[in-house]
Design a binder for this molecule. Structure first.
Ligand code: AHM
Ligand code: MG
Length: 337
């Protein structure tokens, strides 16, 4: 029988390679796994129980909140608090950071950024959705109350990043800066099991993912790149195909495994793009780079950007190395004329 490595076993084995590790980080990830399983359970029964529909409130971005968003947010916050390793959380669903200023958590070494349920407009049509997260060491001294400044760190400072995709099967994919590993939830034993060790993304891809409904509003370099992908060239036999779910985790996950590029550029109506630097772009960029891919805002490496606020938006280009090189050439050329 094949040996199955569960997420918890894997975390403990990884910890053994870090002599100074105290187990705090492993404890935190363990609780992330528990939260993911709880959210998975609710997402799975979304069609069965009266949990679908709007919660009747808008989140701070002015978007309708779905009930599952609220559930996922509260569940992750609850587990992070219970871990005692995390002193504060920034969530897409909360205007301000959430500070744990009592008990063990106040001394927690880590801060956590998350989009608890990304792509939530897809919930009621049974399309894959996801949780995206990112872990940093706090900047403020242990024992003090964490503050906003703890969150204003470049993405290259991430200790770990990951996502959970609630799809045809549920997977947790994460990196702690030493490669990317994917775990599939085995519902029969309720454990995430290592199914995709050391994920590497293809250097060349064939998929481009972008909301072409916004075509008229795109920068000219992006328009030209899309046309380049669409053109048939008899000599080179360009192989591109378009795939767009409208759920970042699902679009990125497919491209990560198969090779491709995901683009959410600045548009005339959204000059800073739509996606958020702290809890969407940075974690995805960290995973992409760890898998051999590239992530930028069209010019600069995402992981080098210094955030100014927790809900900051940024144009996002991420994917296979050679596709990223090509689009960067297009952007550079057409921005300069
Ligand atoms: P959300 O955080 O409000 O769910 O929005 C983020 C989602 C991403 O999952 C996805 O990539 C993008 O929005 C799709 O946007 P659009 O519908 O404009 O194409
Ligand atoms: Mg989101």
């Amino acid at each position: 029988m094949n040996k199955v490595t569960t997420l918890n076993q894997f975390i403990i084995e990884q910890q053994a390679h870090v002599p100074q590790a105290t187990g705090g980080f492993s404890g935190l990830l363990h609780h992330v796994g528990i939260a993911a399983k709880k959210v998975n359970r609710e997402v799975n029964k979304a069609g069965l129980v009266d949990i679908l529909g709007r919660a009747g409130v808008e989140n701070i971005q002015g978007e309708d909140q779905q009930k599952l968003d609220v559930y996922a947010n509260e569940t992750f916050i609850g587990e992070l608090k219970a871990s005692g390793e995390c002193c504060a959380v920034a969530s897409e669903e909360n205007q301000d950071i959430i500070v744990f200023d009592e008990g063990l958590s106040r001394d927690g070494k880590y801060i956590f950024c998350m989009d608890p349920l990304d792509g939530s407009s897809n919930i009621d049509v049974n399309v894959s959705i996801g949780t995206i997260f990112s872990v940093y060491r706090r900047k403020s001294p242990l024992g003090e109350v964490a503050k906003l400044d703890d969150f204003l760190q470049k993405g290259c400072k991430q200790v770990a990043a990951g996502y959970v995709i609630y799809g045809s099967s549920t997977m947790l994919v994460y990196t702690a800066g030493n490669g990317v590993n994917g775990f599939t939830l085995d519902p029969s034993i309720g454990e995430f099991c290592l199914s995709h060790p050391d994920i590497k993304t293809p250097e060349d891809g064939t998929i481009y993912s972008i909301n072409e409904g916004n075509y008229e509003k795109f920068p000219v370099g992006v328009k030209k790149y899309i046309k380049y992908c669409q053109e048939t060239d008899k000599k080179t036999d360009r192989p591109y195909t378009s795939r767009y779910i409208g759920s970042l985790v699902a679009d990125f996950h497919r491209n990560l495994l198969k090779g491709g590029i995901f683009i959410y550029p600045e548009t005339k109506t959204h000059p800073n793009g739509k996606l958020r630097l702290l809890y969407e772009c940075n974690p995805i960029a960290f995973i992409a780079e760890q898998a051999g891919g590239v992530a930028s805002d069209g010019e600069r490496r995402i992981l080098e950007l210094m955030p100014e606020s927790i809900h900051q938006r940024i144009p996002f280009y991420v994917g296979s190395k050679n596709m990223m090189r090509k689009i960067t050439e297009f952007l550079k050329f057409f921005n300069n004329i």
